[in-house]
Design a protein around this ligand. Structure first.
Ligand SMILES: [Zn+2]
Ligand SMILES: [Zn+2]
Ligand SMILES: [Zn+2]
Length: 349
């Protein structure tokens, strides 16, 4: 059976679409040139615009384990040609597609052990400081998120009321909401035996540092801080090659962690005695941060988790989405309720 040149998934011939740019066939998820890295495919097939699009893929046999059924002679979409000439491999061929936080690998690509090792031969696009440990990446990511949190939650009124600690409390909860979310992705990927690491992403770091700079600027000049994008890094998973249950569960794990963590915080906020106000209120705010972060990641666009969850299973997508949305609304109603009806405010106030 013919297969999608990008994900390796087998399809009926009529369900595969031909890309005239690179001359390969793709499933409907990968027909968009951006989704199958058309430029890289062209590069790796040695296609210059004027040459024949049906060029063979040259790969170094030592680096490839083909899982494609060799018997599928019906429509030989591509064929491997043994070659011992290392020059034949353009670096593009060993590149994964880092879809934000996920690296898609075509089935027939052999993934070396310790693929994250800078000498593994696999080049990740968009990952910063690849030779540093995962702990280092988590540390830098955590510090940046915490700093952005402090700037974002800073409010002169809180300082005046001697409630500066609440700013640090919220920034800490925000950081854990982010890190736990990422660990959700990581642990599920590990459970499936996939190689995974938290990595700082260049593009996200640029956005985060710009956000940090504008935040500091607005603080210094007493302006209202703009909402900033705080996404210095993400868990990169290697070896997912199509949207299936594995991919869906890896992706859904992040928002699910925020749903669970937020629900626990929401419950705790009601168990904290009212005489400790405003601690109970701020734990409620911390719960809302989780629901917000989860919901934001459920937006079904671009590199956000939502897109792949939506493509995988619409039922689970809507369930997760509505649970987060409903809990966010409930939490907001409680936090912002007027003093008379606010469940967190003690009667004596
Ligand atoms: Zn495909
Ligand atoms: Zn193409
Ligand atoms: Zn995520």
């Amino acid at each position: 059976m013919p297969s999608c040149y990008h994900c390796g998934e087998e399809f009926l011939q009529e369900d595969l679409i031909y890309c005239p740019e690179c001359g390969q066939h793709y499933c409907k998820l990968h027909i968009n040139p951006i989704d199958h890295e058309c430029k890289i495919v062209q590069e790796s097939l040695g296609i210059s615009n004027e040459s024949t699009p049906q060029a063979d893929l040259f790969v170094n046999q030592q680096n490839v384990i083909s899982t494609e059924e060799q018997s599928s002679q019906e429509h030989p979409i591509h064929r491997f040609t043994p070659s011992n000439n290392v020059e034949d491999i353009s670096s593009a061929e060993m590149r994964g597609t880092t879809d934000g936080s996920f690296t898609w690998y075509r089935k027939e690509r052999h993934i070396p052990e310790n693929a994250f090792d800078p000498d593994s031969g696999i080049e990740f696009k968009g990952i910063m400081l690849p030779h540093k440990s995962e702990f280092f990446h988590l540390l830098i990511g955590g510090i940046l998120i915490f700093t952005i949190g402090v700037i974002g939650f800073y409010n002169p009124l809180l300082v005046k009321l001697k409630l500066t600690w609440t700013i640090l409390l919220l920034a800490s909860f925000y950081t854990t909401a982010f890190l736990f979310h990422e660990f959700g992705h990581r642990q599920v990927a590990k459970h499936f035996g996939l190689q995974t690491k938290f990595r700082l992403l260049t593009f996200g770091m640029v956005l985060t540092l710009i956000g940090l700079a504008t935040g500091v600027f607005s603080l210094l000049f007493g302006l209202t801080a703009l909402p900033t994008i705080a996404l210095p890094g993400a868990v990169v998973v290697l070896g997912l090659n199509k949207i299936d249950r594995k991919t869906g569960l890896c992706k859904a794990a992040g928002p699910t962690v925020n749903l669970v963590y937020g629900s626990i915080l929401l419950a705790i906020s009601f168990f904290i005695p009212k005489n400790l106000y405003p601690l109970n209120l701020f734990v409620g705010v911390a719960a809302s941060l989780n629901f917000m972060l989860g919901l934001f990641n459920m937006i079904p666009v671009g590199i956000l988790d939502g897109q792949n969850i939506f493509k995988w299973n619409k039922g689970i997508y809507f369930l997760l989405f509505s649970a987060l949305a409903i809990l966010l609304i409930i939490t907001y109603f409680n936090i912002y309720a007027p003093i008379q009806t606010n469940p967190y405010v003690p009667e004596s106030l």
